[in-house]
Design a protein around this ligand. Structure first.
Ligand code: ATP
Ligand code: MG
Length: 473
């Protein structure tokens, strides 16, 4: 074999080979498996292409095992798949495709292995290994994928305008592979992405976002976002992020380029955490800067309220990108909203109640918030960076001390909304909210102690000020 496989993989491929021979079809290993084996990356699945009926071959191979793994198949696509000890084996009949300009749905007909290789996205993904008796294990590489692999180059097998126009998702895949593998998009291929960027609109947002998330979880996601920006593909599906780019200068004063700042913050977070959603918080933390930007005479550029507006924009952006509307979205919105708070705590003379307030607001997400804040320090001045990070260390230490003393992070005030409604006979209303907040704030501020009796006395007094009387029990 031209690639090195485990004993189990070898046994599987030899079995496929002899069954295919019996059925008088040719078959090949192809695509990501071949690429990853040559690169020495981990593989959890293998794609097999055969001339003729891929589903029939899959069924015959599965049936040859005593435990007969279940075969899942899609008749319309001619694909079939089964799992063997956690290893995914996929089968497809070699195809020849032609596309029309208004849809992604190709006309598919039976083809040869060469036809099948031509319809693949990149030369490094278009290499095949023969599983046929006459040349078992030999690499079939009509587009010189091996050389591109060696030179770390991403290039389409056909004219890139045709490859990308036929299936525009390939543009996202190209940028994803560049980021994931540390490869370079060959210039003509890259230019074709710029030319065909508008075609991305015919691909479902779920699939685009799937690729975006694969970029997000790489060690250096900025590489992908930079390529998305420079090809202007990003402008097609996430214009809000592109609006962060650029520097405006008034009276000789400029602000930083918030797009590249955001990418730096994203990479900084990626170095500190694998959490995809924390990485999304990095992407969105300054998203409202363009909308809140002002030049204040004699003072300079300000972005007042960008954290609150950014928090509000987060659900909309998640919807637009077809990201989930669940607790992950809430986590991102919360961090965007809080991302300036720890900076406020680095000043002198900060009271315990300010610390308690952040402990209460951040709750379980305090560590994530501190990672975001530390990552947000992107000055070129090393001494400044060092000083800011040291200040955050001091804040973290004080937060720890206050938390140990007051246990705020999982704390609930001793009187909640339901209790307030009962005491005063109120229906859910604005008044209930006001009283509830008053109790919580009084405790966080240290005005009253954290116990029921004190809270009860305090809420009676507050209610009296609002002309609300308790009902007789
Ligand atoms: P990964 O598994 O890391 O996502 P991969 O290259 O294996 O990378 P798959 O989606 O598993 O990607 O697809 C397997 C193979 O199928 C690819 O290597 C490529 O040859 C081909 N392929 C997948 N998607 C496309 C596409 N949109 N256009 C053309 N060929 C594709
Ligand atoms: Mg794969």
């Amino acid at each position: 074999m031209d690639i090195v496989c485990s004993t189990e993989e070898q046994a599987l491929f030899e079995r496929i080979s002899s069954i295919a021979q019996g059925m008088q079809v040719h078959c090949y290993l192809v695509g990501g498996f071949v690429r990853d084996k040559i690169l020495g990356r981990d593989t959890k699945d293998a794609d097999i292409v055969c001339t003729g009926d891929g589903i029939a071959l899959a069924q015959a191979v599965a049936a040859s095992y005593p435990n007969r793994p279940q075969v899942n198949f899609f008749k319309t696509f001619g694909t079939a798949q089964f799992k063997l000890n956690g290893f995914d084996v996929e089968f497809v009949g070699a195809r020849k495709e032609s596309y029309s300009s208004d849809s992604r749905k190709p006309e598919v007909s039976e083809g040869t292995i060469e036809d099948d290789q031509r319809r693949r996205d990149f030369t490094i993904n278009a290499m095949a290994i023969s599983l046929n008796k006459e040349n078992y294990g030999r690499l079939i590489d009509p587009f010189n994928g091996m050389e591109d692999l060696r030179n770390k180059i991403l290039r389409t097998p056909l004219d890139p305008d045709i490859t990308f126009s036929d299936d525009p998702l390939r543009m996202m895949r190209g940028i994803r592979f560049a980021t994931q593998l540390g490869f370079v998009l060959e210039p003509e291929t890259f230019e074709a992405i710029s030319r065909n960027k508008e075609r991305i609109k015919i691909v479902s947002q779920e699939r685009v976002t799937d690729e975006l998330n694969k970029i997000m979880v790489t060690p250096k996601p900025s590489v992908g976002f930079d390529l998305l920006y420079k090809s202007r593909l990003l402008h097609e599906f996430f214009p809000q992020m592109t609006e962060l780019a650029g520097v405006e200068i008034i009276e000789g004063k400029g602000h930083k380029d918030n797009f590249y700042h955001t990418l730096q913050v994203l990479d900084n977070v990626a170095q500190r955490s694998d959490n995809l959603w924390l990485r999304w918080a990095a992407v969105l933390h300054d998203i409202a800067k363009p909308a809140t930007k002002k030049f204040e005479e004699g003072h300079g550029w300000t972005f007042h309220g960008h954290e609150a507006l950014g928090e509000k924009m987060t659900p909309r952006i998640f919807r637009q990108l077809k990201l989930p509307q669940n607790e992950n979205m809430k986590f991102v919105a919360k961090l965007v909203g809080l991302h300036l708070r720890p900076i406020g705590l680095t000043k002198e003379d900060i009271t315990d109640s300010a610390m308690r307030r952040l402990l209460f607001d951040a709750g379980a997400d305090l560590e994530a918030l501190m990672i975001l804040c530390e990552s947000d320090v992107t000055s070129k001045n090393k001494f400044k960076v060092k000083r800011y990070l040291e200040n955050f260390e001091l804040v973290k230490e004080r937060l720890k001390v206050v938390e140990e003393k007051d246990r705020i992070r999982n704390w609930q005030p001793p009187i909640d909304g339901a209790e307030i409604m009962k005491i005063f006979g109120l229906a859910p209303s604005r008044e209930v909210g006001i009283l509830k907040t008053a109790v919580r704030e009084a405790i966080l501020d240290g005005i009253i102690p954290n116990d029921y009796a004190a809270a009860y006395g305090y809420v009676l007094q507050k209610a009296a000020e609002m002309d609300i009387k308790p009902v007789k029990q």
